[in-house]
Design a protein around this ligand. Structure first.
Ligand code: TYM
Length: 337
């Protein structure tokens, strides 16, 4: 008897460069995941329009190709998984409108990511940023997704997706699979290096807070050396995200990349200094990053190869998305040619 593989959906916005937060919580797991699940990995370029400016128009194309090459460099295999660019499957935007008609304003107003953007951004906030979780729900629901793989900041958006699927199914017709959250306990929220009470974010204006996957090792070493720890005397290395957020963040990075448990690391670091911890964090990061970068530059050179992969992926994704959207239109009584 052959059981059908469950479908996992995940996506990353190609805005700016990907960080070790993206890597540790999602990207790093995809290579293995492909053997167990039917995986669909999307590059969410429409989502990144929420931070669109005329100046970054050219950069957008580059970022999409960079992101695709990074997926491959991290072990995503186009023979095993579907890799595609969100904007190349128009059904996402269409379902987005339909779902927005069953989403309540109050529901969206509760989204913490939007609320924190409101607090931190001085610029005018566009409604794309407000509606963004509906587009994310559309991405997920078009593919009969069983599990959505994300980091902690996207958890609330997955809950909204579940609610929308349940609401649509009960109001119209049972079309959508109600997806479960797939989130790893450790590493689902990597914190900023200099402000470890906040999430590490690729859009952080202070680049000393963030380590990028394509960054040069010298720069990474400097950033790790200057990351915030605490002033305990003598230094104590143990996990406590409230009392010791900086040390805990470094322990999480080390633990997820070495696959050594936090408990074992705590034992190893008894009597050692914060510099010792930072050295170990740099060493393991350097191993991962150099491996990724080596492959990245090979894939990135071959633009035609990358375009072929995304074309093949888009065709496969479109086929599934089209079928779901037809069912949705039918259930709404919308006649189409
Ligand atoms: P994005 O591009 O901000 O981040 C991609 C993934 O990385 C996770 N992540 C982190 N995890 C741990 N620590 C961090 N500091 C950190 N920063 C980011 C995010 O939780 C995310 O899983 N809306 C999504 C992209 C998206 C999507 C989807 C995801 C669009 N459609 C459908 C899943 C399913 C976003 O902006 O992620």
């Amino acid at each position: 008897m052959k059981l059908k593989k469950l479908t996992v959906f995940s996506a990353i916005q190609p805005s700016g460069k990907l960080t070790i937060g993206n890597y540790i919580s999602v990207l790093k797991h995809w290579k293995k995941m492909q053997n167990e699940y039917k995986c669909i990995f999307c590059i969410a370029d429409l989502h990144s329009l929420t931070s669109f400016t005329k100046e970054n128009r050219i950069l957008k194309k580059k970022s999409v190709l960079d992101t695709l090459a990074l997926y491959l460099a991290c072990g995503v295999d186009p023979k095993k998984s579907i890799i595609f660019i969100q904007s190349s499957v128009h059904e996402h935007s269409e379902l987005n409108w339909i779902l927005s008609c069953i989403t309540y304003y109050k529901e969206l107003s509760r989204m913490t990511q939007f609320k924190s953007k409101l607090t931190y951004t001085s610029k005018k906030i566009n409604t794309g940023l407000f509606n963004y979780p509906i587009l994310m729900a559309s991405d997920i629901l078009l593919y009969n997704t069983d599990k959505v793989h994300v980091g902690q900041d996207q958890k609330q958006h997955v809950e909204l997706t579940r609610n929308l699927a349940i609401r649509f199914n009960s109001n119209y017709k049972k079309i959508f699979t109600v997806p479960d959250l797939l989130m790893y306990d450790l590493g689902s929220k990597i914190m900023s290096l200099k402000d470890p009470k906040r999430k590490m974010s690729k859009s952080d204006l202070n680049k000393k807070n963030v380590i990028f996957l394509l960054e040069n090792p010298k720069e990474i070493l400097k950033k790790i050396k200057s990351s915030i720890t605490d002033s305990d005397i003598p230094p104590k290395i143990y996990f406590d995200s409230i009392k010791k957020p900086g040390i805990s963040n470094l322990l999480i990075i080390l633990s997820t990349l070495t696959e050594i448990s936090i408990k074992e690391l705590e034992k190893y670091f008894i009597g050692k200094s914060y510099i010792d911890l930072k050295k170990e964090v740099f060493n393991i990061l350097n191993i991962h990053i150099l491996k990724i970068q080596k492959k990245f530059f090979i894939y990135r050179k071959d633009i035609q190869f990358l375009k072929n992969i995304s074309n093949i992926g888009s065709k496969k994704a479109s086929k599934i998305a089209k079928k779901t959207l037809c069912q949705v239109y039918d259930s709404l009584g919308i006649l189409r040619k």
